[in-house]
Design a protein around this ligand. Structure first.
Ligand SMILES: [Zn+2]
Length: 421
């Protein structure tokens, strides 16, 4: 049902229109309205202490669909995204089977969901890194981006080829920038827990070499090149330098890489295992600085569900990855806005305008006349993360038990409410 709604005295933050003001906000027949329009007969919501922004975008999610319904499905992933304040997500193709076919791509898209799915497709066939997938066909069928996420496209020639084709279609290539031959068995940065338990150490050079390579290929091809889940201070410096030269390189900062350091790993806990691993404190500081100065322009969660039993046998037996959709708004607000003093407008931009721009899509906005695509966030109700309450099918988060300062309470997409409110 199309929404008819008056949100009274809400803080409207709309980066595309340069708006940050407290006002009444009206949606009629699903469309956002000009200020001062007729408000009779509308459902009313008290907007005081709340923030209204364009619906958030997450360019990096794993919904494990098809292939691993014990961890997540399209339905539960979408429910987690909507509960987390997102109306657009880019699904990763490391499913079973891998996302390298038009059939896979079409199965990802379902127009009736409260979240719009923008599927990324494999850069190489089967994500095996041996030959390119049929990128032209996938681009024409609606792929949002190309990536072998979960693995780097390690072969320079293949990556160059993927970038040339992606550029011709004005699509980005996203890379999981970890050189496998340098990473070796490494799973964690050097830290007290690694020394205590004897976990193999992940050398920062595994990421640095990949970022260096990707920047070089970006320069050669001119393709929009996006570095996923960046974790090292040296990578931030390289991205900053490349962007200062005008190269079309972007990089994403995840909530966990900006909030947690390897030194914070408390125990033999599988919920701290992800790839790339948590940086050390200097890396965390550099990532926050990179977000603040616009080097890392895009936030993304790398929401990576795993069925509970797989994460419960200690760090070394756990698969890589943590979920993030339902804690992302709270964690990034706490770290970037509260701790680092990021402007709220810039914070909203990193979750909306910047990710849409990366995909070559129109800037999300609250412009009048458009169908409502927005999120309402409660700024005044701190809450404690209880994974049992998640919509996600998985529980693997290192933020369990932590208090977060703000919480999304509803989203609207294409003029319709997700039904939370
Ligand atoms: Zn990845």
């Amino acid at each position: 049902m199309m929404e008819n709604l008056l949100i009274e005295q809400v803080r409207v933050v709309d980066p595309a229109n340069g708006r940050d003001e407290i006002c009444d906000f009206v949606v009629r027949d699903g469309r956002m309205q000009d200020p001062g329009c007729d408000v009779s007969g509308l459902r009313r919501i008290d907007g005081r202490g709340k923030l209204l922004a364009p619906g958030f975008w997450d360019v990096h999610v794993h919904f494990r669909d098809p292939g691993n319904p014990a961890a997540e499905t399209m339905q539960t992933g979408v429910a987690a995204a909507a509960a987390g304040g997102f109306t657009h997500v880019v699904t990763m193709p490391n499913t079973v089977p891998a996302g390298d076919s038009v059939e896979w791509l079409r199965n990802q898209i379902d127009a009736d969901l409260p979240v719009r799915i923008h599927p990324s497709c494999c850069a190489t066939r089967g994500r095996l890194g041996k030959e390119l997938a049929d990128l032209d066909t996938l681009a024409l069928a609606g792929a949002a981006a190309f990536t072998d996420d979960g693995a780097m496209v390690a072969d320079d020639g293949l990556m160059r080829g993927a970038m040339v084709i992606a550029k011709a279609h004005r699509l980005p290539v996203m890379d999981h920038a970890v050189v496998p031959s340098i990473a070796g068995p490494g799973v964690v940065r050097d830290c007290p827990a690694a020394r205590k338990y004897g976990w193999p150490v992940f050398p920062a050079e595994a990421e640095l070499a990949a970022v260096r390579r990707d920047i070089r290929l970006c320069e050669e091809t001119g393709c929009a090149t996006h570095i996923q889940h960046l974790s090292c201070a040296g990578s931030v410096a390289m991205i900053r330098e490349a962007r200062s030269r005008g190269l079309p390189v972007t990089a994403e900062a995840t909530p966990h890489h900006m909030a947690l350091a390897a030194e914070d790993i408390p125990d033999d806990d599988g919920n701290y295992r992800m790839n790339p691993p948590l940086g050390i404190r200097d890396d965390v500081r550099a990532i926050r600085e990179g977000v603040m100065d616009g080097t890392l322009s895009v936030f993304a969660t790398d929401h990576a569900p795993h069925a509970p039993e797989t994460k419960s046998h200690g760090f070394m037996k756990a698969p890589f990855g943590i979920i993030g959709l339902e804690t992302a708004i709270g964690v990034t607000w706490k770290i970037m806005v509260e701790t680092c003093g990021m402007r709220v407008m810039d914070w909203v931009c990193g979750w909306t305008v910047a990710p849409a721009k990366l995909l070559g899509l129109d800037a999300p906005s609250l412009s009048s006349g458009r169908l409502a695509d927005m999120v309402l966030i409660d700024l005044g109700h701190p809450w404690v993360v209880r994974p049992d309450e998640f919509k996600s099918k998985s529980r693997n988060t290192p933020f369990a038990g932590r208090q977060l300062p703000v919480k999304p309470i509803n989203t609207w997409l294409a003029g319709k409410s997700n039904g939370c409110l």
